[in-house]
Design a protein around this ligand. Structure first.
Ligand SMILES: NC(=O)c1ccc[n+]([C@@H]2O[C@H](COP(=O)([O-])OP(=O)(O)OC[C@H]3O[C@@H](n4cnc5c(N)ncnc54)[C@H](O)[C@@H]3O)[C@@H](O)[C@H]2O)c1
Ligand SMILES: [Zn+2]
Length: 668
């Protein structure tokens, strides 16, 4: 890691310089090729500055393009040659440097735009159809990403409304929403969560046969072609771009969309963008100051790596690197797990930070975070600091951190059905109990997600699951269920409200075992719910059962049985009211045939058309039993695996194995 020094100092010796060049090229390769962070941008910029200072002092030293080429160190650009080079931008950090840049314009007008943090792309259109899209690459040639762009990028359509021919250049990036969706989709497809939005764009736009949807957005900053005056102004060209349907980067923040003529105006615009930065829904890493008139641009000209007519103002870094020392696990008000990183003190976003949040246990595991590892900490505006990624390779000998299997507050196992694990015991939280009741494994109430359950408790509209059934759409339509990035309130809305009320109504048809499961009694889950329903057949009989009678159920035992009895007593009022609302309180025998009577199946993995719960329910409805472990009593194991311990045990015991597809046909 680079040591911070107050001034940019040249390297003393050639060996040290060569090593720095190697380090910078290696970091750039990771940054451009895969979007990985080997160091923070601020550390990279400082290293590059020191390399530049060294070359200035020793012109004979070779920096292998670090200060003179676009993306030096990254893999070869690709096979699309750009008609004119796609350049980088010189960086400035202070108002004085902005003054100096404005002075070079000699009174000509300029614009201050957001510097979007994504990937530079150019796209060619012929008669309104996208014919080619390519990344910046090394500036001269770039990678062909036409097919990936055709999968859909907001603002960069495959087909325009008019038969225009020409070329647009700009940035492809992910909004906060794009990023969260892309990351979740990638995890759902069995991949890793993305670390940051620029890395996500790099990963998504380059992968040729991506198995997950990755929404992306485009904004332009250059356009040439039909009806575009190459000798005109930037603002004039952007007007035309917008008419064609391409959003213009210079208009993303309307307050700064006008032309500036003085250094005061430019610095004021830089401040406006800086102030809005934390609340923007798109990622930026600076502001670009650029000449408006083509005549000014031609007069100032281009250097090999950057134009002279534009510069990038970099805001003070909102990301710093530090060492992760510990991770604290807590349970929030709603029963959700929350992770807090204890880090070595580091200055970020203007304050010293010693604690930061972490996404969730799965993310920590995916990133392989270990105590003692260097991590990036991000802090913007008043947002709580957050650990956003590991930095560099994990030092040798560290063991990745794993979240505890049990809730530290009550000792129960987590409900891991969503990314933010929950503790669903009544003692841990009421909102939790509602969310568990509404979850897919229990009553499966359509539309009633975590944010709804939290909000309904917060608003005092419900204290327990029975209260849900007294709600009307009017009661809940205006519930605040979230915040916009700008701090506004998101309401549930009429159609969502109606969907939830309908979902609650439909849940009255769910079988009795789901009701038992949904009560969320300690140490019970979907299996116990099914066992109790199968054994006692009605809530009346279940409530009358003794601890010993319940304990007789195979695998229940006295401790679980005691929890069941205690739980039913504690919830007796809620249960009575649920019965009053019409929830199913007894096993309804459909009178159908029982072809699986006397048979026991172990299902491992997924059966097409069923969840783990519904497949067990179906087996039982046909008279069979569903078990989780293979024994001599097992009729057959349902799996497509051959190497799992269950498969091996079945082979040893000579128990037949059925393919999931075939089993689905048997159940139908
Ligand atoms: N962390 C690392 O290891 C690492 C490694 C290499 C580079 N970097 C970072 O990358 C930077 C250098 O990258 P670069 O040379 O690709 O330049 P850059 O990305 O900083 O700036 C040039 C780019 O800005 C983009 N841009 C966004 N909005 C724009 C607008 N409104 N108008 C014009 N252009 C706009 C364009 O795509 C253009 O290619 C460094 O400052 C450093 O922070 C980091
Ligand atoms: Zn708990």
């Amino acid at each position: 890691m680079v040591n911070r020094s107050p001034e940019t100092s040249a390297f003393a010796g050639r060996a040290e310089f060569d090593e720095a060049v190697e380090q910078a090229r290696g970091a750039a390769q990771a940054y451009y090729d895969t979007g990985d962070a080997v160091m923070t941008d601020a550390d990279y910029d400082e290293l590059a500055d020191r390399i530049a200072a060294s070359v200035a002092a020793h012109p004979e030293w070779d920096d292998r393009g670090v200060t003179t080429a676009v993306a030096a160190g990254a893999s070869a650009g690709g096979d699309v040659r750009h008609p004119t080079a796609m350049l980088s931008l010189d960086k400035i950090k202070t108002p004085e440097e902005a003054d100096a840049f404005v002075a070079t314009l000699g009174g000509d007008g300029c614009l201050v735009e957001v510097k979007l943090d994504g990937l530079a792309i150019r796209a060619e259109y012929a008669d309104g159809r996208l014919t080619l899209a390519a990344l910046r690459g090394d500036g001269a040639t770039g990678e062909d990403v036409t097919a990936q762009v055709r999968r859909g990028i907001a603002g960069l359509p495959s087909e325009l409304a008019t038969p225009w021919s020409g070329e647009v250049r700009g940035e492809v990036y992910m909004t906060v929403e794009d990023f969260e969706a892309a990351s979740a989709n990638r995890v759902a497809a069995g991949g890793k969560a993305f670390v940051n939005s620029r890395g996500a764009v790099a990963g998504a736009i380059r992968s040729i046969d991506r198995a997950y949807e990755a929404p992306m957005t485009f904004a332009t900053y250059e356009i040439t072609g039909d009806g575009i005056d190459p000798a005109g102004t930037h603002l004039g060209r952007m007007d035309r771009a917008q008419e064609l349907g391409f959003p213009a980067a210079c208009r993303l923040i309307p307050e700064v969309a006008g032309e500036c003529f003085t250094a005061e105006q430019v610095n004021a615009a830089i401040e406006v963008i800086g102030g809005r930065r934390a609340a923007l829904v798109f990622p930026i890493d600076g502001a670009v100051i650029k000449a408006n008139a083509e005549s000014t641009r031609r007069r100032l000209g281009l250097a090999s790596r950057t134009p002279y007519w534009a510069v990038a103002f970099k805001y003070p870094p909102d990301t710093a690197s530090t060492v992760l020392r510990d991770i604290e696990v807590r349970v929030g008000r709603t029963g959700r797990i929350s992770l807090r990183a204890i880090i070595d003190p580091v200055v970020v976003g203007g304050t010293t930070v010693t604690r930061a949040t972490l996404h969730n246990p799965q993310w920590v595991a995916e990133q392989g975070l270990a105590l003692g590892q260097t991590v990036a900490v991000w802090r913007a505006g008043d947002v709580i600091p957050r650990v956003t990624s590991p930095i560099g390779e994990q030092p040798h000998g560290l063991t990745p951190w794993l979240a505890p299997e049990l809730c530290p507050q009550c000792g129960e196992a987590w409900d891991k059905s969503s990314l933010l694990w929950r503790c669903h015991t009544a003692s841990c939280a009421a909102a939790n109990a509602l969310a568990y009741w509404c979850s897919r494994e229990a009553l499966d109430v359509d539309g009633a997600g975590d944010s709804f359950c939290d909000a309904v408790i917060e608003a005092g509209l419900a204290r327990n699951v029975a209260d849900l059934y007294a709600l009307t759409a009017d009661d809940i339509a205006e519930l605040p269920v979230g915040k916009t990035t700008a701090g506004g309130t998101v309401m549930l809305g009429r159609s969502n409200a109606e969907r939830i009320i309908a979902g609650l109504e439909a849940s009255k048809q769910q079988p009795f075992n789901r009701v038992v499961t949904g009560l969320g009694i300690r140490m019970t889950g979907r299996s116990v719910g099914r066992w109790l329903a199968a054994r006692f057949k009605s809530m009346e009989a279940l409530r009358a059962a003794s601890v010993e009678e319940i304990a007789e159920i195979d695998k229940m035992g006295l401790i679980k049985a005691q929890h069941v009895v205690d739980g039913l007593i504690a919830m007796s009022d809620v249960i009575d009211r649920l019965a009053g609302h019409g929830l199913t309180m007894r096993v309804v025998d459909d009178g159908g045939a029982k072809p699986l009577a006397g048979q026991t199946y172990v299902v491992s993995g997924s059966v097409p058309g069923y969840t783990r719960t519904t497949v067990s329910e179906r087996i039982e409805a046909l008279g069979g039993s569903a078990s989780s472990s293979v024994s001599a009593k097992t009729t057959a194991l349902v799996t497509s695996e051959t190497t799992t311990s269950k498969a091996k045990k079945a082979a040893q015991l000579g128990i037949p194995v059925i393919e999931p597809e075939e089993f689905a046909r048997m159940l139908a």
